[in-house]
Design a protein around this ligand. Sequence first.
Ligand SMILES: Cc1ncc(C[n+]2csc(CCOP(=O)(O)OP(=O)(O)O)c2C)c(N)n1
Length: 477
Amino acid sequence: MLKSSVADFKGDDGMNGAESLLETLGHNGIEVCFANPGTSEMHFVAALDRQPHVRGVLGLFEGVVTGAADGYSRMLDKPAATLLHLGPGAANGLSSLHNALRARVSMVNIIGDHAGYHRSLDAPLTSDIEGALRPFSNWVRTSPSANSIAKDAADAIGYSLSGQISSLILPADTAWNSADEYTQPPNAIAPTPVSANPAEIEAAAVRLRASGPRTAILLGGRALRSSQLEVAVQIAEATGATLLAETFAARTERGAGRPMVTKIPYPVEPSVELLQNFDSLIFVDAKPPVAFAFFAYPDKPSVLTAPDTTFFTLSPIGADSLQALEDLHQAVGAGPTDRRLAEAARSSRERSSLRAELAPAPVPSGTITAAKLAAWLSGAIPENAIVLDESITTGRDFYAQTAGSQPHDYLGGTGGSIGWALPVGWGCDLESRPEGRRSRIRRFGNVQPAVTVDLRAGAARHRRAHLRQSEISDSAQ
Ligand SMILES: Cc1ncc(C[n+]2csc(CCOP(=O)(O)OP(=O)(O)O)c2C)c(N)n1
């Protein structure tokens, strides 16, 4: 991901903190900055405008800014940056940030603050920014000086790479002061990944061999991508295990020709009914007890699994889930008494009944119902589309009905905070537009598009031009 070192600002006058930030972002592969800045971020905007590596994209509402960064990262598995205006600007973006946190995407938020000496005056926009960001970020830091910005930015990027949200607060004077100790952009270093526990992999393999049909492999996060699913389906074919997906997954690669996964339903009763079929759940990039109800209800269980269910954490969140699945595959097939399993696994790709066939439902007619909508949708998804499913009640059949649609990416509402599909779809657009290769289908409810309706204005502006400083200055407060 590292580009060769970028140097955009070197001149006789040296560089300021904002310029060191932009060089560091560009050097470490950040290509897009979704932004809704104000006066305290003007030096960052000036630096953004004067270099070619990081593209500025204006969003008029901060929930759109953070939502778009979420969509961008869901598609590319790499961070976008955001630029937000002090505590209130960041607070406007928190709902989408919450969904992004739950989607476990990579994101680097840059939040401006008053200059250090100005904070004690308690000017109107003063607030506890760290306090506001902490529940919605995995990493929060305030940079103390112009000379610390580059290192702090590299730390923020590095931390985000494994699917985390970093929030870096930059007081305005850190932007305009000289970064006289800065020589070159530091490299972002991702934290050492969590590793899977070999004993847990072996224990899961033993369980699969002993009672595969009573075992479910519960996949979440990045384990719902094709490469992981290809291995998981072979394990399922070889052992009789069932593949399950978390209810609201960030992005699932599915459709005709791809492995099929059963999503744990949203309502309590069908979830309990499904999960009582299993004595064991093997978690892959999902953490126990993920199988709990979305809400508590009087007289209904919160935990949906059967009482004596055994849990195996095959691949903890953030670990290399593909490696863990391959290790499990090998462990399942390599037992001395189980050559048969290895044979079955090898040939499963050809004969798998767990692989979807292209089977769109016939186009329905007559009065529109939720079931007919789902049927229509199954044939309406073009190949390689990105589908954003923000429906809550009307869309209960959508996922099942689209299993046999053309191959597509299916994005879900990870954090339960509504109004996400328009902004996230916009961020997906930025990923897909250069090649013009993707269609997008959004499944609207009645309410949710209105939540972020101002997106349309922002998207239209973006189509006209990339962000220019004068454009941002117009929106500054
Ligand atoms: C930020 C936020 N506010 C409120 C809610 C509560 N809520 C959940 S669903 C919903 C309405 C959704 O309606 P619609 O978009 O029409 O979807 P449908 O249920 O019809 O599929 C509301 C207000 C929420 N989940 N998130």
